[in-house]
Design a protein. Structure first.
Length: 405
């Protein structure tokens, strides 16, 4: 184990340690940072909000930053969403979505006295998925060393492959076997993050989503990582025509400055909870639900997106990634070079591809010594820079990747 490096300051694309050494943050500090570190505009809005209203109970009370953020998100989220539910982070945003979907069916069943609707309590998810570390989110994630101690305690989940041009028919057959008992399908649109930056095509996903929606299964897009520009569009779900019923965001939501999660749902889901029967209430809330400072940070981040500079940079990073990928493909010992927007990833041929593989540490140490911070996932090396990155800084990351390999 290497000792952690004490970072005392961060600015733009750089992390600065206690000795003054600078590191280019090529992975946006685990994918959260979008506009750069310690962004002065977001910092100012956080400061203003902290002086005005730092936190209140979000039951029986409401506040402007939460209302404004919800209204702005409803406008830009890809789908026909009508309500926003606040929670604390990516895991809880998914946990909320899973509970919301399961109770949606429970509420239908409990109003139905005659027809005896079947119970829909299974979930459908992709193999190799990662949706978080709370119990519901862990259940729909790939069974791995992360979840090993809890396998007997997790929810019932049917795992299918991500779609490609050849397996759609087979996937449909697998879904058919369980369709009537599945409450919801949860997916990371187009890029499976923690599972190793695995990418799949929008057209295949569209066909699969269409089929799953036909089966009345609630579709939950986990855009915790892909949201806010990562895949080249503001949200990865924009690449597909078929939109989700529920969408979850976190990571880049506050610009990556602090923790906040949102789960948005359609009017149809919301309506299933509108009832005089108190048992049909969605009983879920956290102490820090809709924290005003986190909402203010998110509103500030959206202000920055509206200025279009970030979107132009996303386009630039995406184009440069494509060009650099062609160069990378010529390097011996690496394979599966792939790009989706600002995310570029490839595999090292040596060693087993698993999270506990130590090759990542070696690469991290090497790149750090040259002033770039990357953190491979098993055999997968990737970059996902903040959008404030300059053309020069991006070239430095590429150059050092080439040097290391
Ligand atoms: C990071 C991540 C999560 C978990 O978010 P946390 O904020 O770490 O709880 C869930 N889903 C995806 C796709 C993620 O990348």
């Amino acid at each position: 184990m290497v000792d952690p490096i004490a970072i005392t300051k961060a600015k733009g694309s750089y992390l600065i340690d206690e000795n003054g050494k600078q590191y280019l943050d090529a992975i946006s500090s685990w994918w959260v940072n979008v506009h750069g570190h310690a962004h002065p505009y977001i910092a100012e809005k956080i400061y203003e909000q902290a002086q005005q209203l730092e936190h209140i109970i979000f039951a029986g009370f409401t506040h402007e930053p939460a209302v404004t953020l919800a209204e702005r998100l409803i406008k830009i989220l890809p789908g026909n969403f009508s309500k926003i539910f606040y929670s604390d982070d990516g895991s809880t945003s998914n946990e909320v979505a899973i509970k919301m979907a399961i109770q949606y069916w429970w509420n239908q069943k409990s109003s139905d006295t005659k027809t005896n609707l079947p119970s829909r309590d299974k979930l459908l998810a992709f193999k190799n998925a990662y949706h978080g570390d709370t119990f519901g989110a862990m259940s729909v994630s790939e069974r791995s060393v992360f979840t090993l101690a809890f396998h007997d305690l997790l929810l019932e989940v049917v795992f299918i492959d991500v779609p490609d041009e050849n397996n759609l028919h087979q996937l449909k057959q697998e879904i058919d076997k369980h369709a009537d008992s599945v409450a919801a399908f949860i997916y990371e649109p187009l890029v499976q993050g923690a599972g190793g930056m695995k990418m799949y095509a929008p057209a295949c996903m569209d066909a699969l989503l269409q089929y799953i929606r036909q089966k009345n299964i609630i579709c939950i897009a986990d855009e915790v990582m892909t949201g806010f520009g990562r895949t080249g569009k503001m949200f990865a779900s924009e690449y597909m025509e078929t939109k989700p019923d529920i969408i979850c965001c976190s990571k880049g939501l506050t610009g990556g400055t602090m923790a906040l999660g949102v789960t948005a749902c359609t009017e149809k889901i919301y309506n299933a909870y509108l009832d005089d029967d108190g048992r049909k209430t969605f009983f879920h809330g956290h102490s820090f639900t809709a924290n005003p400072i986190a909402c203010a940070a998110s509103n500030a981040s959206l202000d920055l997106f509206e200025q279009n500079i970030a979107l132009k940079k996303i386009e630039y990073i995406s184009e440069r990634n494509e060009a650099f990928a062609i160069q990378l493909k010529q390097i011996k010992g690496i394979k599966d070079v792939r790009v989706r927007g600002t995310i570029l990833a490839f595999e090292i041929e040596k060693g087993k591809d698993e999270y506990l593989n130590t090759i990542g540490n070696t690469i991290t140490t090497k790149a750090l010594s040259k002033g770039v911070y990357i953190r491979p996932l098993g055999n997968t090396v990737y970059i996902m820079p903040p959008y404030c990155i300059t053309e020069e800084e991006l070239e430095t990351i590429y150059a050092i990747l080439q040097e290391v390999f």
